[in-house]
Design a protein around this ligand. Structure first.
Ligand SMILES: [Fe+2]
Length: 176
């Protein structure tokens, strides 16, 4: 996290997010430290769980492990801060969109499968959706902690409009 703080301090742009992504890939090589058994999916939450590994006192630089037993989906959304997802186990499909909350309906521009040894990074305004089937264990790292972030933008498919949502689901704090 010290390395990531130092990268962030130089300013956030596409290159900086790429450096953060690479740093997390190095961390993910220590996958023995992050086994499924220590980060099990939460049966009471549709088989999903989010574990907080690290976060600064001022809410910046949050590192989580997302643990998904089988399936989960997140609609197109932004983050309002930089974000990186790096794979430990399983596969998380990330769809990228070339349209944001001010641009009308989202259009898929690219798709990337986050698997062990791969990852993806986003700038604050980038829009993605996630699709997991068959379970996955991933690092999710953000420039700001999810509970403290303002409401983020997401595409409501049923209402056919951009709306905002605040993260409310429980996060399991495993910082020692
Ligand atoms: Fe996201």
């Amino acid at each position: 996290m010290a390395d990531i703080r130092a990268i962030d301090a130089e300013g956030i742009n596409r290159d900086a997010v790429e450096l953060i992504r690479r740093r997390l890939l190095v961390l993910a090589q220590l996958s023995d430290l992050f086994p499924w058994s220590e980060f099990p999916p939460d049966e009471s939450r549709d088989g999903n769980a989010l574990y907080l590994l690290s976060q600064d006192d001022d809410h910046r630089f949050a590192l989580y492990i997302q643990s998904v037993e089988d399936k989960t989906e997140a609609p197109p959304h932004d983050h309002l801060t930089w974000a990186c997802i790096v794979g430990l186990e399983g596969e998380e499909i990330n769809r990228k969109y070339d349209t944001g909350p001010r641009d009308g309906p989202p259009h898929v521009s690219d798709e990337f499968a986050v698997r062990p040894g791969t990852g993806i990074g986003f700038l604050p305004d980038d829009v993605h959706s996630i699709h997991i089937s068959g379970g996955a264990l991933n690092f999710h790292c953000y420039g700001h902690d999810l509970l403290d972030l303002p409401a983020r933008n997401y595409w409501d498919e049923r209402e056919q409009e951009w709306r905002t949502m605040k993260v409310q689901f429980p996060i399991i704090d495993v910082r020692s």
